[in-house]
Write a protein that binds this ligand. Structure first.
Ligand code: NAD
Length: 444
């Protein structure tokens, strides 16, 4: 597991000892609607429900700042590779930008724009004093050594020195980055400023000011959201089966917490493949296999299945915890789950959402379901700013309370207005940001 092993992604490569060759993906990636298209369609829906004027809608749909940087990397063999890096501050009306940093070969500006926009609505929904931001570097972290990733991270950070900081924009781990990446950012920023500034990032190692409970916070939040959604229909997590897509920082811990809650996890996947056991996987043995092999592929406690068919497997609960756009219209038609709880950002396209709603599938949207990560990031930032540390128990309790309050808020709005949970969550988040704009007024 990425967080525990200190490696990137699911933990196969870029270890200090060198780069291990990853297994070859078994299937081509699914056809994806662009994440920015999805994010804009969602915003348009919220704007329509709220009846916002065109000027406000345009402001909300447009990034406040977009920084596009060259990141030259001297590779271990002495050659130079030029990478592109982005930081998008979508909105900073309610506070500093907040959002993860992604390292993936597929990163482009539109993806970062979409992810930044979702961060804005998410932070507003769970009442954090933040705007929304996101960063990315177009790089396959598995094809680079730890030393190369460190140089990329330090150069990317130094290019952004002027626009990041505890009061400006605070990064955190996302796909392909981890607590070690955050330590490099904190160190680079601090050395340049001349003193140690832990609050410039969240999701950093506990030894240098990270928060207890941060590494598992997103996954714990996903399970709190799932429990709340099931409870609305009088169902307990012990009575259901689940499929988890993605076995990285979010998916691996979500799998464990679901199993601990008594859920029968029947299948998990990662970018290389998937395993299925109708009677339930031994998730402890699976985690040990992944720590050893870097992939769920080859786990002998289940049958190998095609990576993308896991979305259509027979299970009550589906937790997409990998990448955007996997539940498009056609995939949504094949979903058998009664509940979809989005650990990933943007896993469902606008078309997929429509199909799931028509088919009576309850979707707990990303900006609610995976908000546990940014909630505990906020706790980490507060602790770092005050140089005062909370116990893990305090963190867990505060996280659960915040998640359940947000869930109740969304469920109440959905019932009162006759909306899906997605539209209710977006409406709450977007309205809070629009209110901040109107209260602050327009300068000059
Ligand atoms: P990660 O890099 O740790 O793990 C990603 C996992 O997805 C890996 O197991 C990878 O093999 C797998 N994967 C990639 N493509 C896949 C595919 N097509 N099918 C199946 N599996 C695939 O990333 P993460 O931090 O776990 O993030 C996962 C998702 O959760 C992303 O959408 C991210 O934005 C979102 N998220 C993460 C956090 C956080 O705290 N890390 C918080 C909120 C949301």
């Amino acid at each position: 597991m990425a967080g525990a092993t200190g490696t990137t992604g699911t933990g196969t490569t870029a270890t200090d000892g060198g780069t291990r060759t990853p297994p070859v993906p078994l299937t081509a990636p699914p056809p994806q609607a662009g994440p920015l298209e999805t994010a804009r369609a969602q915003l348009a829906s919220a704007v329509g429900i709220l009846g916002l004027d065109a000027g406000t809608a345009e402001m909300l749909g447009t990034s406040r700042r977009e920084i596009n940087v060259s990141v030259p990397l001297r590779r271990d063999d002495g050659t130079v590779e030029l990478l592109r890096g982005y930081r998008v501050q979508h909105n900073i009306s309610r506070g500093p930008g907040k959002g993860g940093l992604r390292y993936a070969a597929s990163v482009d500006l539109d993806e970062v724009r979409a992810l930044a926009m979702w961060m804005t609505w998410k932070c507003a929904l769970v009442q954090l004093p933040y705007g929304g931001a996101k960063g990315g570097v177009t790089i396959d972290p598995r094809a680079h050594s730890a030393a190369e990733l460190e140089r990329v991270t330090r150069r990317y950070t130094s290019e952004l020195m002027a626009v990041i900081g505890p009061e400006k924009d605070i990064m955190a781990p996302d796909v392909g980055t981890d607590e070690r990446t955050m330590a490099w950012i904190m160190d680079t920023y601090s050395v340049n400023m001349g003193f140690t500034i832990p609050a410039v990032v969240t999701g950093k190692p506990v030894d240098i000011g990270g928060s207890l409970g941060r590494a598992t916070a997103t996954s714990r939040g996903v399970v709190h959201a799932a429990r709340a959604a099931l409870a609305e229909e009088g169902v307990d997590l012990r009575e259901v089966s689940a499929v988890v897509q993605g076995f990285g920082k979010v998916g691996s811990h979500a799998t464990r917490f679901l199993a601990e809650a008594g859920t029968r996890v029947v299948a998990v996947s990662d970018q290389f493949g998937a395993v299925h056991a109708a009677d339930g996987l031994d998730v402890g043995a699976l985690a040990r296999h992944v720590a050893r092999e870097g992939t769920v592929v080859g786990f002998d406690g289940g049958d190998p299945v095609d990576r993308d068919t896991v979305l259509a497997l027979d299970a009550d609960l589906l937790v997409p915890a990998a990448v955007e756009g996997v539940l498009d219209e056609s995939a949504a038609r094949t979903v058998k789950a009664r509940w979809v709880v989005e650990g990933a950002n943007g896993p469902t396209t606008a078309g997929g959402d429509r199909v799931l709603a028509e088919r009576g599938v309850t979707v707990v949207p990303d900006i609610l379901a995976n908000a546990g990560g940014v909630v505990v990031s906020y706790f980490e930032w507060v602790q770092a700013n005050q140089a005062y540390w909370w116990t893990e128990e305090e963190i867990e309790q505060r996280l659960e309370r915040r998640m359940l309050e947000a869930y109740a808020d969304v469920a109440r709005t959905a019932r009162a207005e006759g909306l899906t949970l997605r539209d209710a969550a977006l409406t709450i988040g977007v309205r809070r940001v629009a209110d901040a704009h109107h209260i602050r007024g327009l300068y000059p």
